[in-house]
Design a protein around this ligand. Sequence first.
Ligand code: IFG
Length: 478
Amino acid sequence: MVLAVGSPFQIVRTTGIYVDGGSAEVTSIGEMLAALIRRPTGFPVAVSPIGTQSAGSIILRLAPDRAALGDEGYELKVTSDSVSLVANRPAGLFRGIQTIRQLLPPDIESEMGLERYDWSIPALSIADKPRFAYRGAMLDVSRHFFTVREVEQYLDVLALYKLNVLHLHLSDDQGWRIQIDSRPKLTAMGSLTQVGGGPGGFYTKQDYQDILRYAQARYILIVPEIDMPSHINAALIGYPELACSARPPALYTGTDVGWSSLCVDKEETYDFVDDVIRELSAMTPGPYFHIGGDEVKTLTPEQYVKFIERVQTIVNKYGKKMIGWEEITKAHLNPTTIAHQWKSDSATAAVAYGSKLILSPAPKVYLDMKYTPATELGQHWAAYVEVRDSYDWDPATYMKGVTERDIFGVEAPIWSETLRNITAVEYLAIPRLPAVAEVAWTPQAVRNWESFRTRIVTHQQRWNYLGINFYRSPQLPW
Ligand code: IFG
């Protein structure tokens, strides 16, 4: 609940940040806030242990007794004297400093010192926590390859809007993008191109660790996806024996889907799947492994179900919970397996297994959908999706038979068939990704399109400072 009371807090040259001295994690969160403030103000903004503070302090404090705030909730109290941010867990403090960031003037995002005299934060009191635990974005790095730096740029956008998962679509027909030591030809031969014929690329294990570290510092979980049994052509180039057909797989730079498949009746297929899941699970700290499972056109339902159930066993063997696109609900799912809804209501079947759902309804949150017919980038097989389409819906009533407690969270995928760099991704992602982020964070009862549309346009100055590309939707009052 936000109550504006009294005069604002002014950040001045003597303002300091005080943190729970006992926690290195909290100190580093304090340092991130200090760095943000130092850049445009030129103020020293020291970070010190709590207990030495004076008036005019920004205080970050962990309160393990505030269990009601959950893993990411926080309480922010601003008066003219002090800013107090309290959370049950460090992630809650990190989410809270994004709110402090958004309460400061947009100039706070400047990396050059600015002559300003009112770095003020309005007086208020907020107790805030997310509606859904899983609030994600997906980046397809297979159709077009994105560098580590570009992935980090996208992670910066996710952090600003309190998203907490980046799902990386690491393999498909056009490119295999992650080094697997036991299967060197996956990258040696499967990473060499992309849609349109460009050079492609792949993440070494070190690159992947760099992405994980950058994400972790922003309390964002990485969910890796190796799509199988279809969308697998890039793997078959180096390992053609894993296909049933005798036709030698070749580099593919088109955009058709569903035509490739692992040969699910061959035992060596499961040795391959085991190698990939074992190695990628070992280098992924998060609890989830996405196995794709979408758009299979060359297997019988029985073959598909048998394959998914064997892969589920392999994923669980390596200590991960399986996520798969909605088609996996044809198989018998473990209760820890999560069904990822994207185009129909078939994922509803997951509820019967005690499984939860991630909702990514294409007509609402597929960010590769064109805004309008005039949008040069993207596709429109699901719908034209303007900003209001991404904002004005309720996950809890979107699918009959699926209620709030069946929903693990919401994710906005962006497929990169038409997107050759992160600037193109941002054009389609902003302002719809912040819209989805609010769907995933804010209780339905306090969400309102008229409010969102007036608030989000004030972010354009921040996007300009941050060099983030965006679409000037005619639905918004720029
Ligand atoms: N569907 C395919 C994606 C991608 C997408 C483009 C899923 C789960 C269409 N599968 O979405 O690979 O091609 O909008």
